[in-house]
Write a protein that binds this ligand. Structure first.
Ligand SMILES: Cc1cc2nc3c(=O)[nH]c(=O)nc-3n(C[C@H](O)[C@H](O)[C@H](O)COP(=O)(O)OP(=O)(O)OC[C@H]3O[C@@H](n4cnc5c(N)ncnc54)[C@H](O)[C@@H]3O)c2cc1C
Length: 497
């Protein structure tokens, strides 16, 4: 039997309430959650087995996977208010997701948890057939439902400021309106901190002398209404650059100019095109040279902006795409921003938006302050062949297979082996299983398996003692009778006595 994305669901839940019943039944059939098996800490103070930083998509599915693995003494913190986790309702400005609607995302193998089941339960099979791409706010609604129906213990308005070693444990200091404690102790920490969660927005040096009021990175809050009638320059032409240009145009900007360093528009989404279960499964097992080859190629060729988003810009007559135009300097001339471009050219604008993306750089993470420089990076481990140098890729952490950091010098920061980098910074080591929608359930299952194994191995003596102590009989002794072998007279006599 083969099903395609448009095959109608014959037993579509007739309402969300019915789908929620189905989810509960599925969880019941799967005996979710299993009993917690992790031995409690001997310490008087409460110790959490795992603390997940981030209640976005990755934090949610990681939480579901851990609870499903019998690790229920967990906390999930997010600094954003409930329902506003991740980029979706803050600085993501696209109309629809790039990801195809049928991706199973965080469903973790449960059909009733898919976006499709959720959508069809509310709008029906016909609407599913008619749906092209998932509207961005709708994806956030789906994630809110996912959290609610699974009753995941996310605590909002809590920012993790630092992760500090404390003996065998990690102490996380907390801030924010939602924080009930100033710090908590954890055995393991999962940094499900998002697209910029192992780095920071890329802010090119050419804005260093420009007043902050004149420019913004695409991840900043931007007052688009204030751009009405203004000339806007957008640096770059990736997805976020294009979405911000569209917002400015729709807000009534007088003109929007994309200033683009590359000579041509990237048009082919390479990694999306060749994605397969084989690629996902094999990536961590490829050699360093092979993983570098793929990642470097992917970063160099760049992911194009989606077609719909690009057309959302180009349908405006006052939108321009300038290629082969590297910004060299910016300065203010009265109220105008002068943007000096390679080849002695310039444009003038009233506002500048940096669509320059995010970089991976553990040193930028304040949570790891004081020891981020002890993390092994790709640049410490691998020297690329001539022509494949890539300093941006070199700053990715070189992770172990359980998403934990490795030490640059063994013995300098052993607690790094308890911090799991479950975010896009893991891509160079483990592939795309901890960031984008397609591979996220796979990543969460690897993470849960590895954390379970590490927790078990660490307290092996406790579990060994459990084995020795376990004495609940399965047989009561009345199920059988011992008999002597036919030629064993002594044993027969013993048995008769
Ligand atoms: C503009 C934009 C559009 C995108 N579109 C797509 C798309 O169409 N398809 C796709 O597959 N992917 C897309 N992505 C990638 C996207 O980021 C992921 O798919 C998704 O958000 C990943 O979930 P996450 O949980 O890793 O990160 P996020 O959703 O970003 O969640 C991370 C959470 O961690 C919290 N956090 C971080 N640090 C701390 C701290 N110290 N303390 C407490 N909380 C903290 C943040 O508040 C945030 O809520 C897009 C990304 C961006 C930026």
């Amino acid at each position: 039997m083969a099903y395609d994305v448009q095959t109608p669901l014959v037993s579509a839940a007739p309402s969300l309430a019915d789908l929620e019943k189905r989810v509960r039944d599925d969880l019941a059939c799967l005996c979710y959650p299993p009993a917690n098996w992790v031995a409690p800490s001997a310490m008087a103070a409460p110790v959490h087995d795992v603390v997940i930083i981030g209640g976005g998509m990755c934090g949610l599915v990681a939480g579901f996977a851990l609870i499903g693995a019998g690790i229920s003494n967990i906390r999930i913190f997010d600094r954003n208010p409930a329902g506003l986790e991740g980029p979706w309702m803050t600085y993501a400005r696209m109309e629809t997701l790039r990801s195809p609607k049928q991706l199973t995302g965080p469903a973790y193998g449960m059909a009733s948890l898919t976006f499709r089941a959720w959508f069809v339960a509310q709008f029906g099979n016909g609407a599913w057939t008619a749906l092209d791409k998932i509207p961005r706010p709708m994806w956030m609604e789906y994630l809110r439902w996912y959290r609610k129906v699974l009753d995941l213990p996310v605590e909002n308005n809590i920012e993790v400021k630092t992760i500090l070693p404390e003996g065998e444990l990690l102490r996380l200091t907390l801030a924010g309106d939602g924080a009930r404690e100033t710090s908590v102790l954890a055995r393991k920490v999962v940094m499900a901190t998002g697209r910029d969660g192992m780095g920071k927005p890329i802010i090119p040096g050419f804005v260093a002398d420009l007043p902050q009021a004149c420019w913004a990175h695409s991840s900043h809050a931007i007052d688009f209404a204030a751009l009405k009638g203004k000339r806007v320059v957008v640096v770059g032409v990736g997805a976020s650059a294009v979405d911000n240009a569209a917002e400015a145009l729709e807000a009534g900007a007088a003109e929007v100019r994309h200033v683009i360093r590359r000579k041509q528009m990237p048009t082919v989404n390479k990694l999306m095109g060749i994605g397969s279960f084989g690629f996902t499964a094999a990536f961590p097992q490829l050699s360093d040279a092979q993983r570098w080859q793929i990642m470097n190629y992917s970063l160099r060729t760049q992911t194009p902006a989606p077609r719909g988003s690009t057309m959302r810009v180009s349908r405006h007559a006052n939108a321009f795409f300038h290629f082969d135009a590297a910004v060299e300097k910016t300065r203010l001339d009265g109220n105008e921003i002068v943007i000096e471009i390679s080849g002695g050219r310039q444009v003038r604008a009233d506002f500048l938006i940096l669509g320059t993306g995010f970089g991976v750089d553990p040193l930028a993470r304040t949570e790891l302050e004081g020891y981020a420089d002890k993390i092994l990076l790709w640049q410490d481990r691998f020297t690329p062949p001539a022509g494949e140098e890539n300093p941006d890729l070199g700053r990715f952490p070189y992770l172990a297979n359980d998403f934990t950091f490795l030490e640059r010098e063994p013995g300098q920061a052993p607690w790094l082996s308890h911090i799991h980098s479950f975010n896009s910074g893991a891509a160079a080591s483990l592939g795309k299983v901890s960031g984008d929608i397609p591979g996220i359930s796979e990543g969460a299952s690897w993470l849960a398996r590895e954390i379970a194994a590490k927790l078990y191995v660490r307290d092996f003596e406790t579990y060994w003692q459990r084995l020795l102590d376990y004495d609940t009989p399965e047989l009561r002794g009345d199920e059988w009778t011992a008999s002597a072998l036919p030629d064993d007279a002594r044993a027969s006599a013993r048995l008769q006595a």
